[in-house]
Design a protein around this ligand. Structure first.
Ligand SMILES: [Zn+2]
Ligand SMILES: [Zn+2]
Length: 327
């Protein structure tokens, strides 16, 4: 399927510092304009779990996987409610200086992900079946240093051995919990990223997992990029490559069933200039669509695109793609 996207709303652009020193700029306020940055919503994990159950019903071939991930996300919701020390003491200063207040580089050692991982393991222990037991027990007893090694590999997108690949989604789930909890505590959203940083989350600095065409009063038909790590959303112009900014060589493709019907509210926005793609999740087509859940459910789209030599730029902590590295 190929169709074109349209820029249906005129949004004031964030000011870009000509010196390039301040990568994250404040958008000029404009009455009635959609918010430039929206912090993680409270019900994010609950709604994502519901979405995964819905997708499991629709996609029988992926049902076991999607139901397992729904269980992980339900556990995330419970663990995210547990209180942890706040790491946002200097957030206001960071926001004022246009620096992501929860930058992964600076915080990854100190954030509560290891405690959250143990809590997730406790939540899931009873529902882990025999096929998953071996890696699950391996993760349980994995010392902190080895867990940290896995965390850096996930953030850097390094190839993993088969056992680490099996563990990675649960470790990624713990990272999501730790960052999302802190993002919810921020005193206010940071400004929208400046031009050169447009694809990076203004809260944590991670690349987006996908873009979302939003619904609802203030945000109807507006495109946002969604952070797979801390669930922040920030404004992005429609029909413009998130990676290189080009508008002329974009294409859109999605999954269809045998009768030519759309399978999921997801298109890949492909760019022939920088040879990359990012998925666009259309909440206009299905209000319950979720950028992380629908990314997992649309793996067939990544496979369809794989032979076109386009790089996947998305960061989804619940997903590890590729062949296991020898190890
Ligand atoms: Zn983020
Ligand atoms: Zn591009």
């Amino acid at each position: 399927m190929n169709d074109t996207d349209d820029s249906s709303r005129d949004i004031p652009h964030a000011t870009v510092d000509a010196t390039g020193e301040h990568a994250f700029g404040e958008a000029p306020p404009s009455p009635g304009a959609p918010p430039m940055v929206v912090l993680a919503e409270r019900k994010r994990f609950v709604e994502r779990a519901q979405r995964l159950h819905q997708l499991a019903e629709r996609l029988p071939a992926m049902a076991d996987y999607l139901r397992f991930m729904a269980g992980v996300v339900e556990a995330q919701h419970r663990v995210a409610m547990q209180s942890r020390p706040s790491m946002i003491d200097s957030a206001e200063v960071a926001i004022q200086h246009g620096v992501p207040p929860l930058a992964v580089d600076g915080l990854w050692r100190d954030l509560s992900w290891n405690e959250d991982l143990d809590a997730l393991i406790g939540e899931l222990d009873a529902r882990i079946g025999e096929p998953q037991r071996s890696w699950f027990e391996g993760l349980k007893s994995r010392p902190l240093a080895a867990r940290r090694e896995l965390v850096t590999a996930i953030f850097e997108g390094r190839a993993l051995d088969a056992e680490s690949m099996a563990m990675a989604p649960l470790v990624g789930a713990a990272l999501q919990v730790a960052w999302t909890r802190q993002a919810r505590m921020l005193p206010r959203p940071p400004g929208r990223p400046g031009e050169t940083m447009r694809r990076f989350c203004p809260c944590c600095g991670s690349p987006a997992v996908a873009s979302v065409i939003q619904i609802g009063m203030a945000r109807s038909k507006v495109r946002y990029l969604h952070c797979g790590l801390c669930a922040t959303e920030w404004y992005a112009e429609r029909a413009r490559c998130v990676e290189c900014g080009d508008s002329k060589t974009l294409g859109y493709c999605g999954l269809e069933d045998d009768s030519g019907e759309r399978v999921l509210p997801v298109n890949a926005e492909t760019c022939d200039r920088c040879h990359s793609y990012l998925k666009v999740v259309q909440r206009e087509w299905e209000a319950g669509a979720d950028p992380v859940a629908d990314d997992l459910a649309s793996l067939a789209l990544d496979m369809m695109i794989a032979d076109r030599d386009l790089a996947r730029r998305a960061f989804n902590p619940l997903l590890v793609l590729g062949e296991p590295a020898p190890g």
